[in-house]
Design a protein around this ligand. Structure first.
Ligand code: ZN
Length: 243
């Protein structure tokens, strides 16, 4: 069983197209998405439609819920709130229906999937050792998958042992037998770990490993779409910085 994991697409269709092509080449048995299909980016309808067509499991992220009005966007940064309002206005009924059907957490026998963290699946960023420890303490599955921070990460806790790990750059491969793992695949549509390429993760349960992936995409094309739609210009600039 091999599973591709994606997260935080954020309406970036050029990034999603490239990642789906790379995933098709890897021929996994399933595709899981950890949420934030929309928000920030210029192509929310296409990204929702493609994800709905390809993902076997899909979560809702805080941006999806903010666009739907399920949560208050008063907590969002100014750029995030502006793009959420724009997305709300252009979202088609089919995309809205799909996003409405999603929840921010799901369990499988192999992994716990949450958009943000197990104790707060909508808002909490798991970027500290304390938050990573809490995420493992609050769950029982061998693997915990989180998104939301847009930073690819791998943290392991051996049986009764100490937590180790951190950022997971392109090509990093981990041994799933080492302990319980907390994994963040990074972001497809708005990476924030200094690598501007679209991020995803390939879990291989037969080999007992997982590999962090990066896929090149046409960043300039997404930047142009952001400007054409009058979205905040900072949302275009940050894509080339991976920040
Ligand atoms: Zn996000």
């Amino acid at each position: 069983m091999r599973i591709a994991v994606i997260s935080d697409i954020h309406g970036n269709a050029h990034a999603l197209d490239a990642v789906l092509a790379a995933i098709a080449e890897a021929r996994p048995d399933a595709l899981w998405c950890l949420g934030d299909l929309v928000g920030y980016g210029p192509r929310p309808n296409r990204c929702t439609r493609l994800t709905a067509a390809h993902a076997d499991i899909c979560l809702a992220g805080n941006h999806d819920l903010g666009v739907l009005g399920t949560i208050d966007i008063g907590e969002f940064s100014p750029d995030a709130a502006a793009s959420a309002r724009w997305t709300r206005a252009v979202l088609d009924p089919e995309a809205r229906d799909f996003l409405t059907s999603l929840a921010p957490a799901r369990s499988t026998t192999r992994a716990e999937l949450v958009h943000a963290s197990p104790r707060d699946p909508v808002w909490e960023y798991v970027v500290t050792a304390a938050a990573a420890q809490a995420a493992l303490d609050d769950t029982k599955t061998p693997i915990v998958l989180v998104g939301h921070s847009h930073v690819a990460m791998a943290v392991v806790q051996p049986d009764g042992g100490k937590l180790t790990g951190g950022l997971a750059p392109y090509g990093k491969t981990i041994d799933l037998a080492k302990g319980r793992w907390l994994l963040n695949p990074g972001s497809v549509g708005q990476p924030r770990d200094g690598d501007a390429r679209a991020a995803w993760l390939l879990l291989d349960f037969r080999a007992g490993s997982a590999t962090f992936q990066r896929t090149d995409y046409d960043i300039a094309a997404t930047q142009q779409e952001i400007r054409e739609r009058g979205l905040p210009p900072g949302l275009a600039t940050r894509l080339e910085l991976g920040a």
